[in-house]
Design a protein around this ligand. Structure first.
Ligand code: C2E
Ligand code: MG
Ligand code: MG
Ligand code: MG
Length: 286
């Protein structure tokens, strides 16, 4: 403890830590019943073709409506779920729900579901996906799994075998949050990704003077093109960012400039109202 702070200071810090641990324990307890209590739902954010402005699909983003604390960010509760085995149940629920809801969408709209590295290390994942596809009737090419490079750090699992099993089912695979973490190009040598999602941190500062983000995004797009993969830029908030990203030939865009993630009901309403075009002849996304 700092001089002059004495024992009081030390006790202050340690009680804060205790409080944080206690908060987390309570949250974990609450999360255990959240599914059964109907507090968990999926929100959907449109994924838009950068050239045509047409919506090609939606990313499913999990939401927790806590009775006392309101909406809790998945950035907070997914890590807790991953450390406590709850991710298996949550992940299975999300896959099933996303397939069921996407099966009711018009046209060939895709749904992208985030899959935790922990789920990816589970041999039962292909069976689970096949189950969700067959009970919902969704065709496999309409399901895209978003995984992060975290899957390559799970030493225990046979990542290659899992990739092959998933490709055999016919689902699409996207590498999420590319450019953060350790982003080894080695992953791209063998992993059969259909899409690279450029992390929103590159978009955030791309339009600032002197920024190197544009050059990096251009290089990622060139790499993806050469490997015959699509690209999505995430987190586009302004029209300036959108214009720049389009100039860089990124194939798909996602961000608040189009829409935040919305409930399945609102999604269907907006499609119905023609606010979100799903064909090139329709009105542009507004
Ligand atoms: P992610 O998969 O990279 O999702 C993108 C995040 O960026 C989402 O946050 C989305 O709401 C947010 N976002 C989208 N457009 C914009 C924008 O224009 N500006 C800004 N500032 N943010 C934008 P969200 O929903 O809070 O999710 C955070 C993370 O939680 C996700 O990152 C994903 O890693 C994880 N997650 C969400 N749902 C699931 C799930 O069902 N399963 C698993 N395993 N993880 C999930
Ligand atoms: Mg994602
Ligand atoms: Mg992402
Ligand atoms: Mg992210």
């Amino acid at each position: 403890a700092a001089k002059g702070g004495g024992r009081g200071r030390f006790r202050f810090y340690s009680s804060e830590l205790l409080q944080a641990a206690e908060d987390r324990r309570v949250l974990e307890e609450d999360l255990r019943d959240a599914l059964a209590k109907d507090q968990i739902w999926l929100a959907y954010q449109p994924v838009v073709d950068a050239k045509t402005n047409v919506v090609t699909g939606f990313e499913a983003l999990i939401r927790w409506n806590h009775p006392e604390r309101g909406n809790i960010s998945p950035a907070l509760f997914i890590p807790i779920a991953e450390e406590t085995n709850l991710i298996g149940e949550l992940g299975e629920w999300a896959l099933q729900k996303a397939c069921e809801q996407a099966a009711t969408w018009p046209g060939r709209l895709r749904v992208a579901v985030n899959v935790s590295p922990i789920q990816f290390a589970n041999d039962l994942l292909p069976k689970l996906i096949e189950g969700a596809l067959s009970t919902s009737g969704l065709s496999p090419d309409r399901l895209e799994l978003e995984i992060t490079e975290g899957v390559f750090l799970q030493e225990s699992s046979d990542t290659d075998a899992m990739f092959q099993a998933l490709k055999k089912i016919g689902v699409r695979l996207a590498l999420d949050d590319f450019g953060t973490g350790y982003s080894s190009l080695g992953y791209l040598r063998t992993a059969p990704f259909d899409k690279i999602k450029i992390d929103q941190s590159f978009v955030r500062t791309a339009t600032e003077p002197g920024s190197r983000d544009g050059a990096i995004i251009a290089a990622i797009v060139a790499l993806a093109d050469a490997l015959d993969m699509d690209t999505t830029a995430e987190g586009i908030e302004s029209l300036d960012q959108l214009a720049m990203i389009r100039d860089l030939n990124v194939s798909h865009v996602q961000g608040y400039v189009y829409s935040q993630a919305v409930s399945n009901e609102v999604l269907l309403e907006r499609l119905q109202a023609g606010e979100w075009s799903i064909s090139p002849s329709g009105p542009a996304v507004t």
